[in-house]
Design a protein around this ligand. Sequence first.
Ligand code: ASP
Length: 581
Amino acid sequence: MLRTHTCGELRISDVNKHVVLAGWVQRQRDKGSVLWIDLRDRYGITQLIFDESKTDAALFNAARALGREFVVQVEATVVERLSKNDKMPTGDIELKVTKLTVLNTAKLPPFTIEDETDGGDDLRMKYRYLDLRRNTVREKLQLRHKMAQQTRTYLDAQNFIEVETPVLIKSTPEGARDFVVPSRIHHGEFYALPQSPQTFKQLLMVSGFDRYYQIVKCFRDEDLRADRQPEFTQIDCEMAFITQEDILSTFEGLVRHLFKNVKGIDLPSVPRMNYDEAMKLYGSDKPDTRFAMKFVEITEHTKGKNFPVFESAELVVGICAKGCSEYSRKQIDELTEFVKRPQIGAKGLVYVQYRTDGTIKSSVDKFYSPEDLNVWVEKFNAQPGDLIFLMAGEAYSTRKQLNELRLLLGDRLGLRDKNKFSALWVIDFPLLEWNEETKRYHAMHHPFTSPKREDLHLLDTDPGKVRANAYDMVINGTEVGGGSIRIHDRPTQQLMFTHLGFTEEEAKKQFGFLMEAFEFGAPPHGGIAFGFDRLCSLFGGADSIRDFIAFPKNNAGRDVMIDTPSTISDEQLKELGILVK
Ligand code: ASP
């Protein structure tokens, strides 16, 4: 090997040892007659010292000539430092170099390779291999590695088998578009890349594998949104002969195992909330439960007072911001503007200030007496010093809008601490979701999810009311995983496709293989998939998933380093039967 030790290894106990190290020149400090160099590798930084009076002149000059990011090997003696640096593990020692070999030179890097870099996003992505030399980025990938290791440890101990499923497949609907791959051999025919291994893992249950998992790449051609990756990784799992209860406890176990073994955190057992309740209390199917600020509905206490907005509203609902009663007019106006932005689309915001002196003032004083306002304040269980915000309108959209305000206030009030974790199971999702564009129902999860038996009779009369055996795990307001108990018989699966608007022919063409498999003894089964990149970023306390992926795409879906997507030659297009000339 080209080294005896790494750059993160040597300590005071190693003084007087002769060692060989190799790494990159991070930084040089030239004090005239003394020269220090920080030598870096994956494990840390070790300081090299060259003292002109005690060093051979050729060696001293060679050291001075080194540039940033040169790759060097040094032979040296470990010495105790005169001025120690307790901020770095190797800070008690430095190396008195006796031999220096330049293993490779380097061009001046386009940005500084340190924790704080001057490189902008685009530049860092173009030179991602240099960006990855930085500690802060490397540490994120190390965390990812640990997460994957611990996932395997846990699932293996639970008897799960990791099975690889194919990447060239045909469509598996998860609600996005497929990436397709043209076939050269069969012109006019295409493979699709998996949006998930959903159908294959179900087939593995028919095969009797019983407990399957895979840390697997999935591909979804979705409209670009910040922090969306067209390819991403799932911890994909499936189990047979289980109830929903078994899935919830097994995967709550996984998440708690990860918290314990990766972060040293004892996550309390994960509470459950059904979808309807989550929508009612938080206006979201992925509520951030790090803080309360639950919705309070006061519709019936607002009627008959001639305030037109509330009079005509299906729902009047609000939240109570603790300790905010003294918000200025300007602050309140700003929040009003926030909810009125087109992305949120609220018409306005009503406020009630329960002042610290006990008086109550609101923006609707003209319509409501102090007694009326008192009733509201009681409903909210507000204390002097609190500020209540109310919104009104059609129930579903009003709740969604209030959810945005709640999250913003949570941020403002410092209630969304990245180092605090609150997990929640959201259960009993609706089976179907109305789509305004296509004017039909779509599967909310995917078409293989089973309906609740007791709701089946509603499928014809009130499809939107049918609940599914589907569940999501939510941590800090982020959906980190979701799954369902599946349909495992042909007639029910066929019925489902019919309700989703497939003709019998279409269903057979796309999913005939699965329905046929159900006729050969399919066991009851269900599963879940976790978004692995997202889970890693959550554990890393970061907002973006990009740094937890070694070579990510940018927000425009491009890899600017290898420059893709890119055109291909006419030759290739012809071969694929795409260009016919
Ligand atoms: N295949 C689903 C997904 O990707 C997860 C599952 O139902 O197990 O969301």
